[in-house]
Design a protein around this ligand. Structure first.
Ligand SMILES: [Ca+2]
Ligand SMILES: [Ca+2]
Ligand SMILES: [Ca+2]
Length: 373
């Protein structure tokens, strides 16, 4: 069963429960519903692949910049939506009959972490049930409250540490719930941005921004935003590897600015990239043999101008003797030898110019009378 399918089942479940709740009300009904939710979560987990579960774990606590895992031999925790502190989802221990149900992550000290947690009580309530928070497998604190609370803990020892939340039911009973894990830190994230993979010119103002971002072992990059002028910014949005972006309209040099924000609220430096918008075709001219009316030599000299104003500049040209078949694009040059057909006649040489943004000019031409030698 894929993540999407699991999500759909969970959404249906929540809706059904809401209806039942409003119909029947009452604490007992709510507690039965909670138990039902836990059983459903357990079933969903069984049907989910291990990979999907690992991905969901980080989503549940909102910390996908670090690994979340179930210690070998332990009963898993799983993501579910009916019970959460952030209103989105949270990790919940799965039903067990006495075995340890736990979830684990790792972090580098010294550091300070915080998280929200609570116990979903059993029906009927079992006294003494609770979650233990352990650092490097040493218990730090125990929580048996059925109300959400935030716990903050500092680790002074440098190096890697394991953080574990373990629920020990004495019999099939309640569950531990964990949400909003946060590394409390003040280090700004870093990142990078390139417009159209670093191209220097573009024909249109609709570009693609390529992005990288990094927060080390910190709270993790959670948002990004953009600006064309450095004062008006787009709204903060979820980070991604690429982003479609509209530059300030018209031709000219354009700068895009990007910023990244981590979960602890630290905002990165402004990262910029530049690109020139050139949506205007070049103009030009051609003269055969400096404008001479006739020649008896089929090898003529073309004098060429290619103008692009403040645009990206003329880089290419191509020729045609009949206006239908064109030669390949070649480097622009101010003069070029050109060989006319051998038969004496009037001949028109046509030329087109192309700028660096690949805008193609109109057709310019000149003609000459080729005489018999
Ligand atoms: Ca959550
Ligand atoms: Ca940070
Ligand atoms: Ca141009």
């Amino acid at each position: 069963m894929g993540r999407r399918a699991v999500a759909v089942v969970q959404e249906c479940l929540v809706e059904k429960l809401a209806n039942d709740c409003s119909k029947h009300g009452g604490l007992v009904m709510q507690q039965r519903i909670r138990m039902f939710v836990r059983v459903c979560v357990a079933l969903l987990f069984v049907f989910s692949s291990a990979h999907a579960a690992a991905q969901d774990l980080c989503t549940g606590v909102g910390a996908c910049n670090r690994p979340w895992m179930i210690p070998a031999g332990d009963i898993p925790w799983a993501v579910q939506t009916p019970v959460s502190h952030d209103g989105i989802n949270a990790l919940m221990s799965l039903p067990s009959s006495g075995g340890q149900s736990s979830v684990e992550t790792s972090i580098t000290g010294p550091t300070t972490v915080s998280f929200w947690w609570k116990v979903e009580p059993a029906v009927p309530a079992i006294s003494g049930e609770g979650i233990t928070f352990l650092v490097d497998d040493v218990g730090v604190t125990f929580n048996s409250s059925t109300e959400w609370s935030k716990f903050t803990h500092s680790i002074s020892l440098p190096g890697p540490h394991s953080l574990k939340w373990a629920f020990f039911p004495s019999q099939p009973g309640g569950s531990g719930v964990l949400d909003q894990f946060l590394v409390e830190e003040t280090v700004v994230p870093t990142g990078s941005m390139a417009i159209n993979s670093g191209a220097s010119v573009t024909k249109t103002g609709n570009v693609t921004l390529s992005l990288t971002y990094e927060d080390g072992d910190g709270s993790g990059v959670t948002k990004m935003r953009f600006s064309n002028n450095g004062s008006t910014w787009s709204g903060w949005e979820n980070p991604a590897d690429s982003k479609s972006w509209a530059l300030t309209t018209g031709d000219g040099n354009r700068t895009v600015r990007a910023q990244f924000r981590d979960k602890a609220g630290n905002v990165s430096a402004v990262y910029t990239d530049y690109i020139k918008v050139d949506g205007t075709p070049p103009t030009g001219s051609v003269l055969i043999n400096a404008g001479a009316p006739s020649t008896s030599n089929p090898v003529v000299s073309l004098g060429l101008t290619g103008l692009d104003g403040t645009g990206s500049g003329v880089t290419r040209m191509r020729f045609s003797i009949d206006g239908k078949t064109w030669g390949a694009w070649e480097s622009f040059a101010a003069t070029r030898a050109y060989t006319l057909p051998a038969t004496p006649a009037y001949y028109t040489v046509r030329v087109q110019f192309r700028d660096r943004a690949e805008n193609v000019s109109s057709i310019y031409s000149d003609y000459i009378h080729l005489l018999a030698p």
